[in-house]
Design a protein. Sequence first.
Length: 455
Amino acid sequence: MKASIVLYTSDLRLHDHPPLRAAARGAEEVVPLFVRDPGIEKAGFLAPNRAAFLADCLGDLDAGLRERGGRLVVREGDPVRVVRELVGSTGAERVHVAAGLSAYARSRADRLRAALEEAGSQLVEHEAVITALPPGEVVPGGKDHFAVFTPYHRQWAAQRLRDPLGAPRQVSVPSHVRSDEVPRRADVPGVSPALAEGGEREGRARLAAWCRGGVGRYEDLHDDLAADGTSRLSPYLHFGALSAAECVRRARATGGAGADAFVRQLCWRDFHHQVLAARPAVAHEDYRPRGDRWRTGRAAEREAAAWREGRTGYPVVDAAMRQLAHEGWMHNRGRLLAASFLTKTLYLDWRLGATHFLDLLVDGDLANNQMNWQWVAGTGTDTRPGRVLNPLSQARRYDPRGDYVRRWVPELRGVEGRAVHEPWKLGPGAYEGYPAPLVDLAEGRDRFRAARERG
């Protein structure tokens, strides 16, 4: 074939990229294409932090392609229309794309397939590009997905992953194909001050450093809020700047309890994607309805606003929310505590929290964000839907010296030790400028449990 098109979506890399390798093997020239889809922006999925990180990823991808004699082609518009036009101008017989998982991605693929058939071209979807294993690769007997993680993990861990692919040495792009300018982070307003740098090079450097050192301590430190002992690779996985399959293989090659624990988290990522692939509606609807009548009204709105601003009066929750605002990222244990406080202590709809997280999280995607929120809210796959995380006991366990709180709540930096977790016990003036607790924890817990019983 003279030409093929590679439609990039959530797979912005050169290494271990099956669509790009297949296109380069099967055609003389390749059009590496990224389409800026207005539909995604209108749906609210292109929040500033992700738009800035995306710009980094696209710039890095373009630079990597130019080193190999090619370039990234960027266009704006409906992806189906843009691809159809490029098929007409290049004569491309095949369009390669990573298989999508969301309802939107599936609809896009269906429309694209129909349009290409009319044009005499073919859509080729590649599995296991966004996840380590494709959704549906392992399923329980008679069902289309696993609803419980442990049996899924058991079967997932027994599968052989495909061998990672190297980056192509050369990519030839038709010279006549025009491109819009590659987006730049500097042009994106409203970005969190400490947002990480995006791109495959940065992601691969972080992965290499993680496998050399950090992963060995992961089993011991992954829940330690102050230690910051997690990989911070989630944004690179979300944008596909890193391959999940390659991350699993490199961690397994490193070996040890920390690597095993890290791979288990990558399995959780695949688990949530296979749930969303089988039940697309859970992006907005309860996976397991509990009859909740979430609180509404002025008091609920005030409390939700305080939660978003990191002013609940519970320091570990507020520290997590302020980290989110500053970095566009939050420690996983902080995510659990912030989500439990909103849904079970305040008894507010998980969708309020999921929306706020998607407004700020650089790694926010439907599968992991929505399903983790539902897991905490007890409407998802958690086998203990009534569990309520107590922020005080959790703080004493996962931030025993209070260092995480003091890092993110400046009003309390003068409070030493674990006393920082209960500043209201210190007396007037000891924590000037910091709010009193929104709600008594026992009252919030009892309200949630009574509501669930009624439901």
